[in-house]
Design a protein around this ligand. Sequence first.
Ligand SMILES: NC(=O)c1ccc[n+]([C@@H]2O[C@H](COP(=O)([O-])OP(=O)(O)OC[C@H]3O[C@@H](n4cnc5c(N)ncnc54)[C@H](OP(=O)(O)O)[C@@H]3O)[C@@H](O)[C@H]2O)c1
Length: 333
Amino acid sequence: MAKKYRVAVVGATGMVGQTMVEILTEREFPMEELKLLASARSRGLRVTAGDREYLVEEALPHSFEGIDFAFFSAGGAVSKELAREAARRGAVVIDNSSAFRMEEDVPLVIPEVNPEAVREHRGIIANPNCSTIQTVVALQPLQQAAGLKRVVAATYQAISGAGKKAVDELMEQCRAHLAGEKGTVQHIAHQLAFSLIPHIDIFLDDGYTNEEEKMVRETRKIMALPGLPVTATTVRAPVVNGHSIVLNVELQAPLTADEARALFAKAPGVTVLDNPAEKLYPMPLQVSGHDEVYIGRIREDHSVAHGLNLWVVADNIRKGAALNSVQIAELLL
Ligand SMILES: NC(=O)c1ccc[n+]([C@@H]2O[C@H](COP(=O)([O-])OP(=O)(O)OC[C@H]3O[C@@H](n4cnc5c(N)ncnc54)[C@H](OP(=O)(O)O)[C@@H]3O)[C@@H](O)[C@H]2O)c1
């Protein structure tokens, strides 16, 4: 009989954790046991997944005794406190936070791009930042065909990337704005409803945000291109789910838009949606709930040698977090 594993999801009541449980069930991950962990606030809560009901437990060091795979999606502080405890007890940790991503002995993995890196893990494997994942899935075929010279990214990120409370706040801001009232600003930096906020995560000394810096550092690490010139501007958009990214890419060698389209059509985890005559291009509302990274608006950039412009959209909770984590675990089966 095929081996089955004991699995724990930390942050199982959150946006990423709930989707993780759904995806583990959907993809029939071989589980002998599924343990749902969250904060003490959620202890005793009942959660249904597939045709089973689970009781949520508080995440504590001893929760990981006997666990084979521990998926963490409860934020960096919880990962820093408990991920090593889980690894010490023999679990392979797949961590969604940024706590360990840049550590040398922690592989940072996108299964379509650097699956071989999982072999180097010492108990913890990091799942990259959501915007980085869809960016790198799109960049990899270009790197392989023509070599990357420079990447400029501009994001339009959904509020689901900021967690459940932020999603609820955007909804309340929309209602308040339409009623002519002032909405709540607590989990989001400003009113996002009917606006844009060019600020995700904290500001660093050089004026970039940490989200922008993550895209630069993580792209270089995953692609093993430590000197690749990459720059990013990350913006929160009033979209519930699905990140959209404009990528301006300079290549080492010529590649036409048609050639790029053909490359993407064969690339793993990518769907091309690019027919302007039919008004076909990816949009977050349509892409939300899907697993692939969608690429459209593929154009040659005539302002530089060997330049391309792309519009890249993906479900940030699925491919940007939960799905990518489950795919990492599947590589280890
Ligand atoms: N959303 C994305 O697009 C995305 C993408 C990549 C990575 N991530 C990362 O994934 C993590 C979770 O994101 P999310 O969007 O799912 O957030 P969320 O909806 O706010 O959920 C947070 C989860 O963490 C749990 N939690 C909070 N404090 C805890 C504690 N002390 N001990 C155990 N569990 C605790 C919460 O449990 P309670 O319900 O009990 O409070 C809840 O299950 C974050 O690190 C985020 O940066 C998110």
